[in-house]
Design a protein around this ligand. Structure first.
Ligand code: CO
Length: 442
């Protein structure tokens, strides 16, 4: 019989468990059900309080995983356990728990233990265990003493460095996760300051930092020695960087104990540099992604920690794709940090021979005329949005091309335009008013 697993705030998980004295039928039935329930949920261990019974009994088993080098261990049933010896050496590993689905926490525990107790029939047993086995025995034993995975959280001090929208979601998830304490957010001026009335609009990173009451350092000079000294005093464990727009000096990169992870919106080593999202759209790529690298002195050339692919759908603008890559990057980051800190994600060198580079776009890059192929015009309209935008010159005046689509016959139809000094309007309205047409090479 599969039992219901009690989760997160269920009070039974905090209730001290009682000694098992009766090893009769009812107990045997409970043990069988616990084994079935653990296996059904793909767990490696299950303690009685997790199925609503405050008794000192747990089961565990690991049959191996072809994708990892974790050692398997046999089905183990222990009643009334007591850990009688712990090794001095500790190891940090990522742990989960069936009562906290989806949660993965970096936990430091003694590497080896000796546990005593009784088997399912009440016979005394003693087990020496290390590796995963030793860890699971300690985790399940915790359950019998109302200690939960969340009680083992050790805060990592995070230094966040970013300015643009790409890092928005990552900063928010880090701020909400109890495993991380953001000691400071370093941010620069956004490349383009949007003025609303006379008030300067704050960059997206400052808005998130304020929402979570995080300390903010605003700077346009990341090389400033007073700033570097200030960061040194904070002793961050790890740095996270996204969309910062300034070259960070090695002296600062070396401050966090575990280095600075950069979130780069491309499949590195391809599309290094400042404009990967624009460039993949211009190149008509079908696939891009997010790469986490260990930031080094050479731009975007650091060792790869993890990477995920993202498909580009036709019609996607740079702004939309960037937002999606930011969200994908945030979940990749939160899933990767505990394993990286545990030493289970070893950074891999980039293949320099496959590296490609992008440049910063200028306003002139947005100009098209009737000799520009329609395919290029359509890609530019999506890639250079929101900046620098695409324009063509009609009667010595600029007209911005805001949206377009291809007809079934392959002709490009412009949908929205903005003539110089006028409001945005449909292409039809413009063509009627100005008695002109815009045509591009097929
Ligand atoms: Co558990």
């Amino acid at each position: 019989m599969i039992l219901k697993i009690r989760k997160t705030d269920d009070p039974i998980l905090r209730q001290p468990a009682e000694e098992v004295v009766d090893f009769g039928h009812e107990f045997q039935f409970l043990v069988d059900n616990m084994v079935d329930t653990m296996r059904k949920n793909n767990g490696v261990g299950l303690a009685a309080p997790q199925v609503g019974i405050a008794k000192k009994i747990f089961v565990c088993e690991f049959t191996g995983d072809p994708d990892s080098d974790l050692k398997e261990f046999p089905l183990t049933v222990i009643a009334n356990p007591e850990i009688v010896e712990y090794s001095k050496e500790k190891r940090r590993m990522v742990e989960g728990c069936l009562s906290f689905p989806g949660m993965e926490i970096l936990v430091s525990r003694p590497e080896k233990i000796i546990i005593k107790g009784q088997d399912r029939y009440g016979k005394p047993i003693e087990i020496k265990a290390c590796d995963l086995y030793g860890r699971v025995l300690q985790h399940e034993n915790d359950h019998l003493h109302s200690t939960l995975l969340i009680d083992h959280i050790e805060e990592s001090k995070v230094l966040f460095i970013g300015t643009g929208t790409l890092g928005e979601k990552s900063l928010e998830l880090l701020a909400k996760d109890a495993q991380y304490k953001i000691c400071t957010v370093i941010t620069g001026e956004p490349k383009k300051i949007i003025k609303r009335g006379k008030k300067r609009q704050e960059n997206p990173i400052i808005m998130i930092a304020k929402k979570y009451n995080l300390p903010i350092i605003e700077t346009n000079n990341i090389k400033d020695s007073a700033l570097i000294e200030k960061i040194k005093k904070l002793k961050p464990d790890i740095g996270i960087m996204a969309d910062f727009g300034q070259i960070v000096p090695e002296e600062l990169l070396n401050i966090p104990t575990h280095g600075v992870i950069n979130i780069h919106p491309s499949l590195l080593p391809k599309y290094r540099g400042p404009s990967p999202v624009q460039q993949v759209i211009l190149d008509g790529e079908k696939l891009t992604g997010v790469t986490l690298i260990l930031t080094s002195a050479k731009m975007d050339a650091g060792d790869i920690i993890s990477q995920v692919e993202v498909e580009i759908s036709s019609g996607e603008t740079c702004a939309i794709l960037k937002e999606y890559l930011g969200e994908t990057g945030a979940s990749l980051l939160l899933n990767s940090i505990p394993y990286y800190l545990a030493g289970d994600l070893k950074p891999i060198k980039q293949d320099e021979s496959k590296a490609t580079y992008t440049k910063i776009f200028k306003s002139e890059d947005g100009q098209v005329d009737n000799s520009t192929p329609a395919k290029v015009v359509e890609r530019k309209i999506r890639a250079l949005n929101p900046w620098p935008r695409v324009y063509t010159i009609v009667d010595r005046k600029r007209i911005l091309l805001l949206a377009a689509h291809f007809e079934e016959d392959g002709a490009l139809s412009i949908d929205r335009v903005k003539p110089e000094g006028k409001a945005e309007m449909s292409y039809q309205d413009w063509a009627r008013g100005y008695k002109k047409v815009l045509e591009f090479k097929k």
